[in-house]
Ligand binder design. Sequence first.
Ligand code: HEM
Length: 217
Amino acid sequence: MTQGQWIRRVVKPAAIVLSLVPAALLLRDTMSGNLGSNPIETLTHRTGLTAITLLVITLTVTPATRLLRLPALVQVRRVLGLLTFCYATLHFLIYLADQTVFAGQGLSLAAVGEDVAKRPYITVGFATFLLLVPLAVTSTKGWVKRLGGARWLRLHQLVYAAAAGAVFHFLWLVKADTRLPAVYGVLVVALLGYRLAVRRRGSRKRTPSAAAAEGSR
Ligand code: HEM
């Protein structure tokens, strides 16, 4: 089996199955009424935690392709990104249901808008979710072609802003113990630092004319 086939046939399906385990456990615990005394809170926490974890794992794929010399690993990045978006959407929908239907208010988007504007950690969570939308929409090969590689890459750098937003959202909402959000913060800073270092090394290696041509794009 070539490296590409191994990634496509073994690593990618394994990554998908593992990423779906939290959803399967959520479904099992929901069906069996095993979500504790505040089911909505449990669902919000578990979907939020899975979304930020998958987001950080998605960010590690590109450095891993270099460090492990496994360029074909890039094939799992898109599906991990889409699964991140699915968990973030579920997280948002649970919040939306909690604020509206479960609060006996019907689907009042004005009330949701008010809450988003009023509570800073919700504002940041919402902005983070909005950043993930164009990334999910443009994740297909068709969009890479339509936008052109350079523009697509520039757009997808938004993923770092989304990761920073997710960390701030998490840091902001915890009341006392900030250790877990801090761990995610350190991971995101390290991944961003690695990316910037690789980019700086790349631009130093490039000839001045190539760098100028790139700068004029
Ligand atoms: C649509 C926007 C979002 C809203 C309205 C929202 C809302 C919430 C709420 C209400 C909580 C629970 C707060 C508490 O119990 O005190 C929460 C927790 C959390 N959210 Fe969000 N969120 C949003 C987007 C996101 C996104 C995009 C991510 C990550 C990619 C995320 C990650 C988290 C995490 C990690 C937690 C904490 C989980 C834990 O305590 O274990 N959220 N969010």
